[in-house]
Design a protein. Structure first.
Length: 257
């Protein structure tokens, strides 16, 4: 049977806009497609919540793809092994409390399982602003990443969400917008972003989970964005805290929803 190029084009446009329109209003909008955001999206979707993710880049996965310095292996401590088991990601014990996994298998599996659980991902989409109301942040202002990169003056579109999760890592991109443009202060000692500190893996892993919380009405932080917002150190290519952070925020939001 012959193939028609126009039907191919129509199929892509029709299905994409169906996906887009169905996600203009959601329970949770996650910004950033790294491991903490993917885990959060997976558990929220499994809990029956309507959850969407926006990733600026073409690929999903954040910094996990490269492992440490492009050695594509990651380390996960014992406390987070249950999440690898939940996703079916293979791992091996290196020594007590240190387990390794293939970085490519890990992030591709996190992505696949999250989408299959019901997370909708829009890649090549940047968040340039938030939607605010007296009660707090109620949505996002989005545009195509190539538009942002080219510096074109093209107005964005808006999506509404009951909660927003900043999973943008070191950059804390959504939190920065809130600090700069939304009236009020963050729930941090200074009321502003405290800033990421230098490497201290053990301390950082614990603080990643502790700092995963609501930092402004309607806005949560996870993963490295949580540490950067609260002033915690970086941890490098150990990912247990990232995974546990995503699990924690999903549990809290599922309870609030």
């Amino acid at each position: 049977m012959a193939l028609d190029e126009i039907i191919i084009t129509k199929a892509i446009i029709d299905r994409y806009y169906e996906k887009l329109i169905n996600n203009l209003e959601t329970d949770v909008a996650i910004v950033g497609g790294g491991p903490s955001g993917l885990v959060a999206g997976y558990y929220l979707a499994k809990a029956g919540k309507k959850v969407v993710m926006y990733e600026r880049k073409l690929s999903i996965g954040g910094g996990m793809w490269g492992g440490g310095m492009m050695f594509n292996e990651i380390v996960v401590q014992k406390d987070a092994i249950h999440i690898l088991e939940e996703f079916g990601i293979r791992f091996r014990e290196f020594q007590e409390n240190y387990y390794t996994a293939d970085a490519v298998e890990a992030i591709s599996t996190l992505t696949s399982k999250a989408v299959q659980a019901g997370l909708t991902i829009f890649n090549c989409v940047s968040v340039e602003d938030v939607m605010m109301r007296p009660e707090g942040i109620t949505g996002l202002v989005i545009n195509w990443s190539p538009v942002e990169m080219a510096g074109l003056h093209i107005d964005p579109l808006t999506v509404r969400s009951k909660f927003v999760v900043d999973a943008t890592g070191h950059a804390t991109e959504v939190v920065k917008v809130a600090v700069r443009k939304v009236p009020g202060k963050l729930m941090t000692p200074s009321g502003k972003i405290e800033g990421e500190k230098s490497m201290w893996a053990d301390h950082a892993e614990n603080l990643t989970i502790e700092n995963t919380r609501e930092v402004f009405p309607g806005l949560y932080v996870v993963g490295m964005a949580a540490n950067a917002t609260a002033g915690g150190p970086r941890m490098g290519p150990i990912f247990g805290g990232m995974l546990l952070s995503g699990e924690k925020v999903a549990g809290e939001l599922a309870g609030r929803l």
